[in-house]
Design a binder for this molecule. Structure first.
Ligand code: OAD
Length: 231
């Protein structure tokens, strides 16, 4: 089966009611990144950071996958689909995608603040200050904060290099190293971008930018690729 690698961002979950970061009305308009998404913020005011992620988790529990997540599951009937997501939600998994790599962590997991290999599933939405790992240190959200390493990047780059088709959905391509993954795609590989926004794609030669919402745009592209797989 031909391999399709899909890189997703906050825009794929927008129609599930989860706010993006940089759109108007997005999360980074309401909050300062430096206050809620850095290791320094956690040192300075863990309560505020923890409350921010508790809210995100609570919102996620009430959200459902949308047409775009389900279309990618359909694509598995004809292709080897590998999803690389910048999102910390679990909507790809809940829709039924088989292979999902999380670049920026997972909201439903927490980890030790002294030993990053100690990762736990959180029951419900609330992490409390005072909840500790087995080594006795405070648990923190299992998310990659600005200024931290992105441990999954080498694996994601390798995967991008094996793509027969590359699809990017709902990301402003502002955040590196995730935005640079496309440079690992082999020359000549068809690359599609589904996003209604005006994205700078000058570093992606030959990309076909489908300026639609993820729900309709992904469905159409998946239908097209399913049809092509018969050729
Ligand atoms: P952004 O908020 O930067 O970009 C969201 C993108 O989604 C924009 O390009 C929008 O045009 C697009 N969009 C909005 N609604 C859409 C819809 N219905 N269908 C399709 N696209 C839509 O989010 P990301 O690029 O994912 O990192 O942000 C990357 C990282 O920055 C995030 O993973 C997060 C953030 O800070 C961390 O927190 C570590």
């Amino acid at each position: 089966m031909k391999r399709v690698v899909v890189l997703t961002g906050a825009g794929i979950s927008a129609e599930s009611g989860i706010k993006t970061f940089r759109d108007s009305g997005g999360l980074w308009e309401e909050y300062d990144i430096m206050d809620v998404a850095t290791p320094e913020a956690w040192e300075r005011n863990a309560e505020l950071v923890n409350e921010f992620y508790n809210q995100r988790r609570r919102q996620l529990l009430g959200a459902e996958p949308n047409k775009a997540h389900y279309a990618l599951v359909d694509l598995e009937k004809k292709y080897d689909v590998q999803v690389i997501t910048q999102n910390v939600d679990d909507l790809h998994e809940r829709a039924g995608s088989t292979n999902v790599m999380h670049l920026h962590g997972e909201l439903k997991k927490v980890r030790s603040s002294i030993d990053e290999s100690l990762i736990y599933e959180l029951e419900g939405w609330e992490l409390k200050l005072g909840d500790k790992c087995e080594k006795g240190s405070q648990l923190r959200p299992h998310v990659v904060w600005f200024g931290e390493q992105v441990p999954m990047i080498p694996a994601a780059a390798e995967l991008s290099n094996t793509a027969g088709i590359y699809i990017i959905i709902g990301t402003s391509l502002n955040v590196y190293p995730a935005a640079g993954l496309v440079s690992y795609v082999r020359p000549g590989t068809p690359v599609y971008l589904i996003d209604p926004g005006e994205i700078n794609v000058s570093h992606i030669p030959g990309v076909r930018h489908i300026r639609e919402m993820a729900g309709t745009g992904t469905r159409k592209l998946v239908d097209e690729l399913m049809e092509k797989s018969k050729e």
